[in-house]
Design a protein around this ligand. Structure first.
Ligand SMILES: Nc1ncnc2c1ncn2[C@@H]1O[C@H](COP(=O)(O)OP(=O)(O)OP(=O)(O)O)[C@@H](O)[C@H]1O
Length: 785
């Protein structure tokens, strides 16, 4: 028997032993879970039997209270035990399938022999209670596995650095308790295992990568120094993967103090949220909070406006170039997402401290109770060195006092009299009781009648004033829409604020008209939403979330400087991890080439770190070689060496021909067994058209994805380019890669983003002349068929 074979046998025997131990634990745990469950049911059932309830006498009542409390605590404790045991059960069941994926033998400096360390998704203690049968991949020692080839190595622990030598580094693929592959590797994480993992088919959900984390990804996952960590990584370099394993790492590293609800991930759309939502549970952790920036905007603004979403803006910029106001809208988008505009808004708020603040009068039953001028007068009478939000608070207090006075006067009005007549009998009884309680009845029935009337009037007025008071407390008397409009209606204001430096003067008049038209219809264009909210918060005070400790921003290249500034302020106690690829900047404000600089500028340089990921793992080498030719600096992307067919380009003569060719290709791929196939269109409009013609050509298994789609279920889909961002598919078809569809420089990155979604196969179809983005690529990197 060769040594390799012997090794394999010995390793399998160890796997068997570990699994036997897991089985033993599982059976104990199952009994424990069942017992605890029964106990809980029992406690719940007998809850009221075991406590002595006696509220008659004070001492006994205290005793009852204590006994109730004790019972509730026992119940809570049992429920906690139950939840923990359930979680452990899940983890053990996973370990049973595949107890570990790696082994390192490490000799600490000064020791004579090495200890084998086996790495899995969770740790498993030896029954002797001293050694570990399996180490958690997040344990300090485990980082050796990701960081070094065999040879000298060290790792950090809370107690300091441990030096030593790694003698063996071994990788396993274990399924259902059986070793399927085993490699000893020289390099960091060997190619074989990665080849095997990456050669597989796409999943409808993202997978964990803990068995094959690469060294540079490990730097991201375990980073603890920076307040701001920026990851600039090529398409498919594992940014999202690194982010999710980092969440798992943080939850382990700070277990006991950090909870999953204190971590939030901002992702590009709800479907993406669902796509990544299985990774943490797969690692035995609870999911972090997941949201989109749009959800945040809507939660703040939808009371006043319909907030346009980024996809509507996208559809406009990609479809409507014939629109006469297209150029000005584009210029407007660029300006309104720039740092200049953010500074201008800050400047504006500063000046409003002196003058120009707009308020809404407080009206009641068609009358003006307190005029806007009176509110302004009150505001400007306050010390100007105070912050605006503090002054607003004082104004609100003043208004509430005024409302109390006005309510008194209001009681004498005729409508109150009428309202009293219409009151229910219960209201009268209620008033009668209240008067009696206060012993305000006298023997003089005439006085009693007056008091009763007065109380009824107070009640009626208070009821009606409640709404007014609430509005004042919520600072609704500040007319933010009017102040935002002022920027577009009052040229003098703008001149003074801008000082003729950065405004897009040629288009300004049109930009103003567009903004006002939208606001007249109570619509807030996407590019205005964040600036508007920014102004609103400068005036009303900023609402912050102090519980979040870590913010992850995926696809960070698509955030404007405003949005970054916002997120930083919104989460003052959080560290930020921003992951993005400047080559995939797909929004119209992309023309602002400042990249991540605005984000970097928000933090001290010593608290900021940038890590670049250059290796691309998603696509085969031929696909990477083709797509890297489309973008500036693409030569720096290193394809992972996985073979496959070259991308292809086919021409279609007509839409029908296009649909027929695509249908034939999809059918062939489906027959080959490819699970996830995407037909990517540029816009939602194009996807609708593609979907209809493909259905007519005979493919009825197709699914059309739009911005409302909540989850990705696999299969063959038609999907707009900007929604495919962040996702991946076994095979990708570019529906119409013609020059007609993709010709503007601003569409280059969108095109690149669409092509880089392919893992194994990429086919481009073109109705007529092909896009210059393809025409400029080295023809040897693709095949025309
Ligand atoms: N270390 C790794 N081991 C195994 N698979 C990996 C590794 N790193 C990345 N991958 C795989 O590569 C693919 C791309 O990863 P991911 O989606 O995280 O990249 P990304 O940088 O966020 O991509 P994009 O910017 O293009 O959306 C995924 O299938 C992921 O599982």
């Amino acid at each position: 028997m060769g040594t390799a074979e012997q090794d394999w046998q010995e390793e399998q025997q160890r796997v068997d032993r570990v699994i036997a131990e897991i089985d033993h634990r599982l059976s104990n745990l199952q009994t424990q879970v069942l017992d605890t469950k029964e106990e809980i049911v029992d406690i719940r059932k007998n809850f009221w039997d075991d406590v002595t309830v006696n509220f008659e006498d004070a001492a006994e009542s205290a005793e009852s209270h204590a006994s109730l409390k004790q019972q509730a605590e026992v119940l809570q404790e049992r429920e906690r035990t139950y939840r923990q045991a359930e979680k452990q059960l899940k983890t053990l069941t996973k370990l049973r399938q595949s107890p570990y994926f790696g082994r390192i033998d490490f000799t600490e400096k000064g020791d004579s022999s090495s200890e084998p360390i086996y790495l899995g998704i969770a740790s498993l203690l030896h029954p002797n209670g001293e050694e570990y049968l399996v180490y958690d991949w997040r344990a300090p020692v485990s980082s050796l596995y990701y960081d070094y080839p065999p040879g000298p190595a060290h790792y950090e622990t809370p107690m300091g650095t441990i030096q030593g030598t790694m003698d063996i580094k071994r990788q396993f693929i274990i399924r259902d308790g059986v070793i399927r592959s085993l490699f000893d590797t020289g390099v960091t994480i060997g190619d074989e295992l990665l080849q095997e993992v990456l050669g597989k088919q796409a999943d409808s959900q993202m997978k964990t990568i803990v068995a094959t984390i690469q060294q540079e990804q490990n730097q991201i996952i375990r980073n603890e120094r920076s307040r701001l960590l920026i990851v600039q990584g090529a398409a498919g370099s594992g940014k999202t993967s690194a982010a999710l394993q980092r969440v798992a790492y943080l939850l382990y590293r700070y277990r006991g103090t950090l909870r999953s609800e204190q971590i939030i991930l901002f992702s590009p759309n709800p479907m993406f949220n669902s796509y990544v939502s299985t990774v943490l549970p797969e690692l035995g952790e609870d999911n972090m909070q997941q949201t989109t920036f749009q959800q945040y905007l809507e939660s703040k603004l939808s009371r006043t406006f319909r907030v346009e979403d980024p996809f509507e803006q996208m559809e406009y910029t990609l479809n409507e170039e014939e629109d006469p106001s297209f150029d000005s809208r584009l210029a407007g988008i660029r300006y309104k997402t720039s740092v200049h505009y953010m500074q201008l808004i800050q400047h504006y708020a500063d000046q409003l401290k002196q003058r120009g603040m707009k308020f809404k009068a407080i009206g009641f039953r068609g009358r003006e109770l307190i005029s806007a001028e009176a509110i302004a007068e009150q505001f400007y009478a306050l010390d100007p060195s105070m912050s605006i939000p503090n002054r607003m608070k004082l104004v609100a207090e003043f208004l509430l006092r005024e409302l109390t006075k006005l309510a008194k006067q209001e009681k004498k009005k005729r409508w109150v009299e009428e309202a009293i007549e219409l009151l229910d009998k219960e209201d009268y009884i209620d008033v009668y009781h209240r008067l009696r309680e206060k012993e305000q009845f006298t023997s003089n029935s005439f006085d009693d009648f007056d008091r009763e009337r007065d109380l009824l009037a107070t009640m009626v007025v208070q009821e009606k004033f409640k709404k007014l008071r609430r509005r004042v407390k919520l600072l609704r008397f500040i007319d933010v829409p009017a102040m935002y409009r002022q920027l577009f209606t009052d040229a003098e204001w703008m001149d003074r604020l801008d000082g003729h430096t950065s405004l897009p003067h040629a288009e300004w008049e049109q930009i103003c008209a567009q903004t006002i038209t939208a606001m007249d219809q109570e619509v807030l264009p996407y590019e205005d939403a964040t600036p508007y909210l920014y102004l609103q918060e400068l005036l009303e005070g900023f609402q912050v979330n102090t519980s979040i400790r870590h913010v992850f921003i995926d696809e960070a290249q698509d955030y404007s400087p405003f949005q970054f500034a916002f997120l930083k302020r919104l989460f003052p106690f959080a560290k930020i991890t921003a992951l993005g690829d400047l080559n995939q900047t797909i929004y119209a404000h992309a023309a602002d080439h400042s990249g991540f600089q605005p984000l970097i500028d928000l933090f001290e340089p010593e608290h900021t770190e940038t890590i670049a990921l250059k290796r691309s793992y998603r696509s085969t080498r031929p696909i990477v070689e083709f797509t890297q030719g489309m973008i500036a600096g693409g030569e720096q992307i290193e394809p992972f060496n996985r073979d496959g067919a070259k991308p292809t380009l086919s021409y279609a003569k007509s839409k029908t021909d296009l649909a027929e060719q695509i249908t034939a290709q999809v059918t062939a791929w489906q027959a080959e067994g490819l699970q996830n196939i995407a037909i990517i269109g540029k816009t939602s409009a194009e996807c609708h058209e593609a979907y209809e013609t493909l259905l007519a050509a005979g493919d009825h298994s197709l699914r059309l994805i739009n911005k409302g789609t909540a989850s990705f279920e696999g299969g063959t889909v038609v999907i707009p380019s900007y929604l495919a961002k962040g996702m991946e598919f076994d095979a990708v078809i570019l529906y119409n890669a013609s020059a007609n569809q993709y010709r503007h420089e601003r569409e280059r990155k969108l095109f690149y983003t669409a092509c880089t979604r392919a893992m194994h196969k990429l086919h481009l179809y073109s109705l007529g002349e092909v896009s210059p983005f393809v025409a400029q690529v080295d023809t040897s990197t693709y095949q025309t068929i």
